[in-house]
Write a protein of this length. Sequence first.
Length: 259
Amino acid sequence: MLIDWFTVVAQLINFLILVGLMKRFLYQPILDAIDARERRIATELADAAAKCAEAERARDDFRHRSSALDQQRDTLLKAAEAEAEMRRTQLLTDAQQAADMLSQQHRDALAQEYLQFKTELSRLTRDEVFAISRKVLGDLSDTTLEARMCEVFVQRLQHLDTATRDQLISAFYASPGPVWVRSTFELPPPQRQSIQAAVDVLFATAVSVQFATTPTLINGLELSINGRKLGWNIADYLAAMDTRVSTLLARHSVPEPRP
């Protein structure tokens, strides 16, 4: 087997270059780090020795002062015990006051929730009662009842108070035009004639009265002149009652101030 000396020499040169590079970039930094660490350890050991010497001196000084501290210890302990007892008493008092306050706040919150629930229940009950009342009265409406309503309406026109009469007359003469009378059902001729006569007497002149039906009135009639209205129907009574009940509930729902 022939030896290629050129290859051997080239490999040897490569090996030497590799060794040089490893020493330069690998081993040398490691050696430098080790040297630095050894120097740091030596410095720390020297510092530790100095601190030990300082500690020895401090211990000796402490021993000299311990006798005076022993004399003050009992006094300080008694003062600390007294302060701790006072602090404990204060903390117990503060904790009791905080517990009482939280308990009172909890009771107030429960009372407020109960009041809100009671108010909401009253409101829902009221709304349901009025809703049922409107439905029942609407279902019971008929032409016979409407005729009686017409009679009552005519009587109201004939016995208006002075202020209401003056307001209606002023509205009529401010812009003369038709007077509208609305009812739940269509009025028969006799009832229309009765209302027409009452309106003519009210304004002391022949008036053009227009009749129309409005189912939302719920058993009643309504007279309107240029935006001014005069009505008599069960819906108005229910609305007025609803307003009074709402006011009463609102008044009683306001919690009284605590003493």
